[in-house]
Design a protein around this ligand. Structure first.
Ligand SMILES: [Zn+2]
Length: 60
């Protein structure tokens, strides 16, 4: 990600759905939350590593 124009406190997350992969901007206070993808409604874990296997770790 080479986008230096991103405002402070906002960062990008990528939809984990392999058929979607949309990048969305979320605000820093959403870190640690799960937000729905705007396109496919897949739950996206904000912050940390991408949730490849959501059922594996209830909390980290
Ligand atoms: Zn999506």
């Amino acid at each position: 990600m080479a986008n230096s124009a991103t405002p402070t406190g906002v960062f990008a997350v990528q939809c984990p759905n392999p058929r979607c992969r949309k990048y969305m901007l979320v605000e820093d206070h959403d870190r640690g939350n799960v937000v729905p993808c705007l396109l496919c409604k897949t739950a996206i874990r904000v912050g940390g590593a991408p949730a490849k296997d959501a059922a594996a770790t209830p909390r980290s």
